[in-house]
Design a protein around this ligand. Sequence first.
Ligand SMILES: NC(=O)c1ccc[n+]([C@@H]2O[C@H](COP(=O)([O-])OP(=O)(O)OC[C@H]3O[C@@H](n4cnc5c(N)ncnc54)[C@H](O)[C@@H]3O)[C@@H](O)[C@H]2O)c1
Ligand SMILES: O=C(O)C[C@H](O)C(=O)O
Length: 170
Amino acid sequence: MLGGSPRKEGMERKDVMSKNVSIYKAQTSALEEHAASDCKVVVVANPVNTNALILKEFAPSIPEKNITCLTRLDHNRALGQISEKLNVHVSDVKNVIIWGNHSSTQYPDVNHATVTTSNGHKSVRELVADDWEHEYPWECIVMGLMVFNLASFTLFLLHVTKQNGILYKG
Ligand SMILES: NC(=O)c1ccc[n+]([C@@H]2O[C@H](COP(=O)([O-])OP(=O)(O)OC[C@H]3O[C@@H](n4cnc5c(N)ncnc54)[C@H](O)[C@@H]3O)[C@@H](O)[C@H]2O)c1
Ligand SMILES: O=C(O)C[C@H](O)C(=O)O
């Protein structure tokens, strides 16, 4: 279920709720009416956790175990940050947990995480400084917005032309 408005600069994911809830209700009613009762639904449009709940409420014939929402990005971002910090490949980082919603309430938990190094398996907790944990969840949370801003910047560059050494936005 991809249909929905993406957030704009300065917005949190929950800020798109007013627009997306009505879209979700309409799509959910269509699913309830037409989809096979054993269909599996992946919720993508934000706020994903809330939209998954809306789907559960408004499409009661679809078993709730068949509904999931896309929060894998947060997990991948956490793996990426740990691998960068410890200079290992992402596939060498295991058992990272993301608690909470796909929103600013999430908490990436590295307390059970392990990493494979040339010196064997180590606990991530052993290898990173205690204070890193305070900056790290924040980086994970804002990443979506950073990606958004980067995409805007790339779009901006695509529409820029250089004439006589001066940049023009076309
Ligand atoms: N959970 C995640 O990991 C994740 C990742 C990326 C984007 N998102 C979310 O997915 C959503 C879509 O993002 P995007 O970048 O693809 O946006 P987009 O603007 O590129 O695409 C949105 C799509 O929704 C459709 N749409 C708009 N109004 C509709 C309606 N009333 N009924 C049905 N469809 C409608 C549009 O035609 C468009 O195709 C956003 O809410 C965004 O926040 C979630
Ligand atoms: O952050 C967003 O608005 C899009 C997506 O949920 C993400 O995390 O990249």
